[in-house]
Design a protein around this ligand. Structure first.
Ligand code: NAP
Length: 481
């Protein structure tokens, strides 16, 4: 029988131990997989490869299109970008699926409530696109980019997950009440596309309330579709509902490539100690086996994990109340010896093949009938009062096509004064409106404005104010009428 090629990235810290446990169990079932072992992460950064992902690894994934990956270390708050995020983005794995389910023999404050839900997290857009700038020496900026195309992919994947798992209710969790364009785009796309999935109840929920409800009554949720950062945070929360990160698997799905990994990180303090819980990666491997059609092997492994936990002879250190934890190796060997057995409390569900949407959407998916440029926001560096900035700018506008409408500091209107007390930093957003809106994209008025303004001020960033089909494509400042 020909073997399915797969890329194995053992990863950093506890990565080699947990991925080693998963591949050992897969081998025990003689699943025909031919692993190509590749590097990424800390060791690669040390070799001076700044992306953390060497070209050999990219070539292997291009060949195999299938990856089982251990966690990769990322310096926090400085240094290189995350090699995990790089891998997800390079191969456009747009959906991150993070299921959690109450496990037998793993007591939690929620035991008996049958928590059983999946977070469907958008995986390549949002703040995690990692587009950051220092606008002044003290003001940092991160762009939150959300596309209609990205929303459509994740919403359809969420509903497909629901169909494959026989789920009846799908929620979409956003912060659309505050971020009306970005988070709002996911909400609007969800509401529009949910009509294509009759038989599945669709509800929108504001993400902060979703976090609250997840702690209060998690059993009300089945599938939660959400943006990248919301999903990252909510899924760590949901892992804690069923016993913690040691039990939380995940899959990153794209149209071409799938990457399977635990939700947890490299837990460096436990590296090499043979005392961590390999369940998360083992359960991620079962997701991988289903992805390649090996449903029987996947169910056997999942049922054996449930059985081993329920039996309780071998329990990892992170199971609450365990006084004599087993080693990683003992737990792995117990799962192997229990292959073929099933727990009393839960069994692997009857999964149908997951239909990963292969959407052939054009790059310019949304085509408005009309669009106009109506003004410009210039983000200027200035360390005196907004009144003096406003007066100075107004004096400079002779000979330009613009008027100054407002100045805001960190999104709050400060000129003309609102009469409130607003603390300012050294970056101001100055909103100039065109006397006559532009129907083409000629930049002459902008260049004229910028030439004048930059005689006196440092401009860190420019944003065009546009209207699409007569609707404002920009938000007002807080306090602006
Ligand atoms: P972490 O590695 O997930 O560890 C946090 C804590 O979770 C551990 O200290 C441990 O808790 C528990 N834990 C995690 N995995 C466990 C397991 N398999 N068995 C038992 N307990 C487990 O998170 P972190 O310390 O924030 O991050 C460490 C590094 O991993 C960072 O460089 C981060 O960037 C990276 N990271 C990578 C990924 C990824 O590759 N996808 C994901 C997240 C983080 P106790 O201390 O209570 O025992």
């Amino acid at each position: 029988m020909s073997k399915r090629k797969a890329t194995l990235i053992p990863g950093d810290g506890i990565g080699p131990e947990v991925t080693g446990a998963a591949t050992k169990i897969i081998a025990a079932l003689n699943v025909p997989i031919d692993w190509e072992v590749c590097e990424a992460g800390a060791g690669v950064f040390k070799k001076g490869i700044e992306s953390g992902v060497p070209k050999e690894t990219i070539e292997s994934i291009n060949r195999t299109r299938l990856v089982l990956k251990g966690p990769l270390e990322t310096p926090v708050g400085f240094g290189e970008k995350s090699a995990n995020v790089t891998l997800r983005k390079l191969f456009e794995t747009f959906g991150n699926i993070r299921p959690v389910r109450e496990l037998p023999g793993v007591p939690t404050p929620y035991s008996g409530r049958k928590v059983d839900l999946v977070i469907v997290r958008e995986n390549v857009e949002d703040l995690y696109a990692g587009i950051e700038y220092m606008q002044t020496p003290q003001v940092a900026e991160c762009l939150k980019l959300i596309s209609r195309k990205g929303c459509e992919k994740i919403v359809r994947l969420g509903f497909e997950v629901a169909k494959a798992e026989g789920r009846k209710v799908v929620h979409c969790a956003t912060k659309a009440n505050i971020m009306k364009f970005t988070e709002g785009m996911l909400k609007r796309t969800f509401e529009e596309l949910s009509k294509d999935y009759p038989g599945i109840e669709a509800h929108h929920i504001i993400v902060d309330n979703c976090a609250h409800q997840l702690v209060k009554k998690p059993e009300q949720f089945e599938v939660i579709i959400t943006t990248n950062m919301n999903g990252d945070i909510l899924s760590d929360l949901t892992s804690a509902l069923v016993g913690g990160l040691g039990f939380a698997p995940s899959a990153n799905y794209g149209s071409e490539v799938a990457i399977f990994e635990a939700v947890h990180g490299s837990a460096p303090k436990y590296a090499g100690k043979n005392n961590i819980n390999p369940s998360a990666v083992i359960l991620s491997a079962t997701m991988m086996l289903r992805y390649i059609g090996e449903f029987e092997a996947a169910n056997k492994i999942e049922n054996s994990v449930f059985y081993t936990l329920e039996e309780g002879k071998f329990r990892p250190r992170d199971v609450q109340g365990v006084t004599n934890p087993c080693s990683t190796t003992d737990f792995t060997n117990a799962i192997i010896s229990n292959l073929g057995k099933s727990a009393k409390m839960i069994q692997a569900r009857n999964y149908k093949p997951l239909n990963i949407p292969k959407l052939n959407l054009p790059q310019d998916l949304v085509k408005p009938k009309s669009r106009h440029v109506v003004g410009y926001d210039l983000f200027l560096e200035y360390n005196k009062s907004p009144e003096s900035l406003g007066k100075e700018l107004e004096k400079m506008l002779d000979g330009t096509d613009c008027t100054l409408k407002t100045i805001s500091s960190r999104g709050t209107k400060v000129y003309p004064s609102t009469g409130a007390i607003t603390d300012c930093v050294d970056k101001f957003r100055c909103r100039f409106m065109l006397k006559t809106p532009l129907t083409d994209h000629g930049d002459a008025p902008l260049i004229k404005l910028l030439t004048k303004v930059s005689e006196k001020f440092l401009c860190a960033h420019i944003e065009k104010l546009q209207e699409f089909d007569g609707k404002m494509g920009f938000t007002k400042s807080q306090g602006e009428d």
